[in-house]
Write a protein that binds this ligand. Structure first.
Ligand code: SF4
Length: 364
């Protein structure tokens, strides 16, 4: 291929075992699954369901919900019954809540076996999930490694994360439970890269959940996630991903989709090709590009739309796109699949482009 990848060598992603989370497959060569997590009170089932629906609408294939209390478990039952997408229960410390979440309809559990308690409690969770066909993500975290591993001065942080992961995977598999996804999160991008590369080498059959944890607010979190997750995905590593931002969770799936789209791994909705503008540009392009982006927000058709500032790269880019405009002094040429189809005044550019978008979608 163009990037020197030979198809006779399967990507790490293709080697993982398929895991089924409700109707969604993670691993086994399936498209990378996008997920996020609610931040509402789970005991308030209606508020949480509204957020689950908003996240599904924004592009989440599955949604994770925290279940910290008995009251949350009651809400969780309703959420599972009414959600449009499979629901993952996030459980810490309490194996009874984990078993309760399985009974309440969780399609997958996320646990850190290290904080569930002794092995007997972990086994009780494994057996309940096994009987119900519920998947489990083993979520190892740099901040909560088992003491005997955390204390090892001869190991690097990635080595500790891998050792902890291997220990848990082996325990689950020895018990006959193979419906597992694995994550080993750290807030440093470099630790994340080293850890996941080692995991995909050492435990190649287990699907990996990618994330840079505590990545920060919108801009920094987007950058850290894009660099960390983007590099791994470009190497074929990663079967499901969560971008975490200190922001409204509906901000997360568009970033995940942007990463997947940039790498050509998945496509959802239109792609805007727009130039940064420069001294050659003779229209006020930025608000035009922003307005086009905003109006296309809820379109799912995989169109490419070019919004270019001048005649240097403009016509070329506009011609390569499904639709595009190349601006001149106070006006723009409208292109459709390389053909000039009209000339519009600056204040008509967005409306004219959107009319063509709708026409194209109608035709298709
Ligand atoms: Fe400048 Fe034209 Fe390139 Fe936009 S397309 S950056 S206006 S040269």
């Amino acid at each position: 291929g163009v990037f020197g990848l030979s198809l006779s060598h399967p990507l790490p992603r293709d080697l993982t075992r398929p895991v089924h989370v409700g109707g969604v497959q993670i691993g086994g060569g399936a498209p990378v699954v996008v997920q996020s997590m609610t931040c509402t009170d789970t005991a308030d089932a209606q508020a949480t369901l509204a957020q689950v629906c908003a996240l599904a609408q924004a592009g989440c294939d599955i949604v994770r919900v925290s279940v910290p209390t008995e009251a949350a478990l009651e809400g969780f039952r309703t959420i599972c019954a009414e959600s449009p997408v499979p629901i993952v229960a996030d459980i810490h410390f309490n194996h009874k809540l984990a078993i309760g979440a399985v009974e309440a309809g969780a399609a997958k559990l996320r646990i850190n076996p290290g904080n569930i308690g002794d092995w007997a409690k972990v086994d009780a969770v494994i057996d309940a999930a096994g009987a119900a066909g519920c998947a489990i993500r083993i979520g190892v975290n740099a901040g909560s490694l088992e003491q005997d591993i955390a204390e090892r001065e001869d190991l690097t942080q990635p080595e500790k994360l891998v050792m902890s992961s291997e220990r848990f995977v082996k325990h689950f598999e020895d018990r006959g439970f193979t419906n597992i996804v694995l994550s080993a999160k750290a807030h440093s991008v470099q630790t994340t890269l080293d850890t996941y590369r080692a995991l995909s080498r050492e435990i190649p059959h287990v699907p990996l959940h990618l994330g840079v944890t505590e990545a920060g607010t919108k801009l920094q979190g987007t950058i850290k996630s894009s660099v960390g997750l983007g590099i791994l995905l470009s190497e074929g590593i990663g079967d499901t991903m969560r971008v975490s931002l200190t922001a409204d969770p509906v901000e997360e799936p568009p970033v995940a989709w942007g990463i997947l789209q940039s790498l050509g791994l998945r496509r959802r909705g239109p792609e805007i090709v727009s130039c940064p503008t420069c001294a050659r540009c003779q229209v006020n392009l930025i608000p035009i590009a922003e307005e086009v982006t905003e109006r296309l927000k809820n379109y799912s058709a995989p169109l490419s739309i070019a919004v270019m500032g001048c005649a240097v790269n403009g016509p070329g880019e506009a011609s390569d796109a499904d639709l595009g405009v190349a601006c001149g002094r106070g006006q723009a040429l409208l292109f459709s699949h390389g053909q000039i189809i009209g000339k519009v005044a600056e204040d008509q550019i967005v409306d004219a482009l959107m009319a063509e978008v709708d026409k194209l979608i109608e035709e298709k």
